[in-house]
Design a protein around this ligand. Structure first.
Ligand code: NOJ
Length: 750
């Protein structure tokens, strides 16, 4: 407590109270917890109402603008003891300056908490979160979060607004890029990996930060994929699909939750007691604090849920919001609400205490400046091992969608043309929400990646051809000329980074601008086309699938993106990514996802396309590329799917094994996926649900027996009367390479 120890008399009282009470208050608590409780009790006792309210106030320092409003008076609030946290301060020097004001110029010297959107890297940028999810590599995902936390904490940041754990089944919604895709199980596993990565084992270590599970809840279910839009959802669907990754994050120890912008069934999330108190606190036992999303308390007025700011503040506090991000509603209204008897000081104390607890756990009361070391900041950024990890992650996140006649990997003596608006890009390649990643000059472009792998530029001809957006075709002729001189063409195309992410919903998911037309022109040259895509969401690629010889989905691959792409294209690395989201054929199929219900008139993939079935008359029900899909340069064979019994009791373990053989000529990684189907339930069940997966590497001709175990909990669901349990009956179990190509076995649960 060295910094505070020297401060004002009141605090000395607090600390004396604490030290005089160093025996555990409650013998069953661990000494650390007991000490913390004593400290917080003592601190709370000497805090004024204003100071308690101050802890619930969070403002952006305005260094990055991530929402429509900025309140520039935050320094005045800080000096008045009316600010608990700041976000978007992103340097050790900057955070030290603000921390100094908090410690030296406020009555109690309570340190500030610094938050920031560290989503897929801080300086060293990893692939966008959806790309990382495509790796299905939980260890690497955890490592990526660990590195992000290491860099961010060295720059004075205590708290990231990640992971985003929103399940998303509508690629029109731009924020699919920030999450882990459409699946509940995969999404939950990734949520755990990211929380562990950010928070590490010890929050007080200088290289760990608080994580934040966001956006609570069902933000990804926004109607028509339009950002911020309403959500209308049954409780069963909410609990089955949207809540499990939040629960997984909580079980992994996530320190904070963020509310979502949307309303759910008429109640905005920031005023939603059912979500924030009944479920989060009472049912799940969450002990951390809840922050709103940016001005989302204020937004309850246009939602039509609150008649004014004061009422919105009351509703938010009563619902269970502890901290108000950027809205100033708590700052301006909580005291008035107390005076009017609408809220109690006890409620405010509780929120303030939850926030103070996190400051304590970070060790800020021991040393408020422990994250403000400029030398450490310098030494920690862009370390070689971080860049290598980012390249590794980028390679593993890429999904090979097509590889006709094994055109890939390319041979180094192929004379290639690099064509497209993103060949030399160093800006968009790191994607949206790229924190402090340098956009120009640091990221490796595709051109540079090719240059370095080929040891010079002698075999590369380049033409930009067109921009990502706009109608200008004046570069087409040059692109065609360049293509004609080559043996084959690698086209690098996609979206601009701000076409996905927040406030970036699209109603058309084709490649934007005239990119498709450029492909058509190049196609006329007869040269083979390898299409490399950089984008933040599933796109509609029917045309590209028809004309390109190979397609590599590279997402926004991050700082080492160009290098990773080149190493895949030339076979230094075998692609192993699998889609975490279904790619539709056209926008009309959306929402499209693998674990649908059968309906009473199921569509038969193999049968004739009859009328009076649940189908479209102008497009197949099948996606262009299904969930879990991704090719490799090698081939894998699945055989001998065995389950150890035909019938299981509720207490049994279900043992499953399958033999996987690498039947091709390259060493490669495969993601073995296990799905189940419960054939009959008290409520209908999806045709497939992912329950396990394993990623493993096999050498050519190598076989491995892979074992999975399931238990009855894995078969459970929200039954007719909303009990989460399994029901006896017949099940199918599937194992295979994606959600469509699977071996099948059957069993009975008795
Ligand atoms: C709004 C976004 O919805 C949220 O994800 C983000 O953390 C905040 N702004 C803060 O930047």
């Amino acid at each position: 407590m060295k910094n505070i120890k020297n401060k004002l008399p009141l605090l000395i009282f607090v600390l004396l109270a604490m030290w005089s009470c160093n025996t555990t208050k409650n013998k069953s608590q661990k000494p650390y917890e007991a000490k913390m409780e004593t400290f917080l009790d003592s601190l709370i006792q000497v805090m004024t109402l204003d100071e308690k309210i101050g802890q619930t106030v969070l403002f952006s320092a305005g260094w990055d603008v991530t929402g429509p409003t900025l309140d520039k008076n935050y320094v005045a609030y800080l000096k008045g003891g009316m600010l608990g946290a700041l976000f978007n301060v992103n340097s050790a020097k900057g955070s030290r300056a603000f921390q100094k004001i908090a410690v030296e110029e406020t009555r109690l010297g309570i340190p500030l908490l610094f938050g920031y959107d560290v989503i897929h890297g801080y300086k060293t940028i990893f692939p966008i979160s959806l790309g990382e999810a495509a790796s299905w590599d939980l260890d690497l995902i955890q490592k990526s979060a660990r590195i992000s936390a290491t860099e961010a904490s060295a720059a004075g940041i205590h708290w990231t607004y990640a992971p985003m754990v929103d399940i998303a089944r509508d690629p029109r919604w731009g924020r699919v890029s920030e999450g882990s895709g459409e699946d509940v199980y995969l999404g939950s596993e990734i949520a755990i990996a990211r929380v562990k990565g950010f928070q590490g084992d010890d929050l007080a270590a200088t290289n760990t930060i608080l994580a934040c599970a966001k956006h609570f809840a069902a933000y990804g279910a926004a109607i028509a994929g339009r950002d911020y839009n309403s959500v209308d959802i049954s409780e069963r669907e909410l609990r089955t699909t949207y809540l499990p990754p939040f629960k997984a994050a909580l079980d992994a120890g996530v320190a904070t939750f963020m509310t979502s912008f949307n309303e759910i069934n008429g109640i905005p999330s920031s005023g939603n007691k059912f979500l924030l108190t009944d479920i989060l606190r009472n049912e799940w036992g969450f002990k951390g604090f809840v922050v709103t999303d940016y001005t989302s308390i204020n937004e309850m007025i246009p939602h039509g849920f609150s008649k004014n700011e004061k009422q919105a503040g009351e509703q938010a506090l009563k619902a269970g919001v502890d901290m108000d991000m950027q809205g100033g509603v708590y700052l301006r209204n909580l005291k008035i609400l107390i005076n009017e008897g609408k809220v109690s000081e006890k409620e405010i104390t509780q929120s303030a205490r939850r926030i103070l607890e996190m400051k304590y756990r970070l060790g800020l009361f021991d040393d408020p400046y422990k994250y403000c070391d400029e030398q450490r900041e310098k030494d920690t950024q862009y370390k070689l091992e971080f860049l290598n990890a980012a390249k590794d992650m980028a390679q593993k996140s890429m999904v090979l969608l097509k590889n006709n006649k094994q055109i890939l990997p390319l041979q180094k003596n192929n004379k290639i043309a690099l064509i497209g608006p993103l060949v030399k890009d160093e800006h968009h390649i790191i994607g949206s929400w790229a924190a402090q990643g340098d956009r120009d000059g640091k990221a490796v472009s595709v051109y540079e990646g090719f240059e370095s792998i080929l040891g010079g530029i002698k075999n590369i001809n380049y033409a930009k051809g067109c921009a990502v957006i706009g109608n200008d075709k004046s570069g087409f002729a040059q692109a065609v000329r360049v293509a004609k001189q080559a043996d084959m063409v690698v086209m690098v195309m996609g979206e601009l980074e701000d076409m996905s992410g927040e406030a970036a919903s699209r109603s058309n998911l084709d490649l934007p601008g005239v990119q498709k037309e450029l492909i058509a022109e190049i196609k006329k040259t007869g040269k083979p086309i390898v299409l490399v895509l950089m984008n933040g969401r599933p796109l509609t690629l029917e045309y590209e699938d028809m004309v390109a010889d190979a397609i590599l989905e590279a997402w926004w691959p991050g700082t080492m993106g160009g290098s990773a792409i080149a190493s895949i294209i030339y076979g230094n690395q075998n692609p192993s990514g699998k889609l975490p989201m279904t790619f539709p054929r056209n926008v009309g199929q959306i929402p499209i996802y693998y674990n649908v219900k059968n309906t009473g008139r199921p569509y038969d993939i193999n049968g004739s396309e009859q009328k009076y079935r649940s189908r479209y008359i102008d497009v197949s029900n099948t996606p262009l590329y299904p969930f879990g899909y991704g090719l490799s340069y090698t081939t894998f064979k699945y055989a001998n799917l065995i389950i150890d019994k035909k019938e299981y009791n509720f207490s049994d373990t279900i043992n499953v094994s399958v033999t996987l053989t690498n039947t091709g000529i390259y060493e490669g990684e495969e993601v073995v996926q296990l799905y189940i189907q419960d054939l009959v339930g008290s409520v209908t069940r999806p045709i497939k649900e992912l329950k396990r997966f394993k990623k493993l590497m096999l050498k050519p001709n190598e076989s491995q027996k892979i074992a999975f175990t399931l238990n009855v909990k894995d078969l459970a669901f929200y039954t007719e009367n909303m009990k989460f349990k399994a029901e006896p009956g017949a099940f199918k179990l599937f194992v295979g390479t994606n959600s469509q190509d699977l071996l099948q076995a059957d069993f009975i649960l008795k």
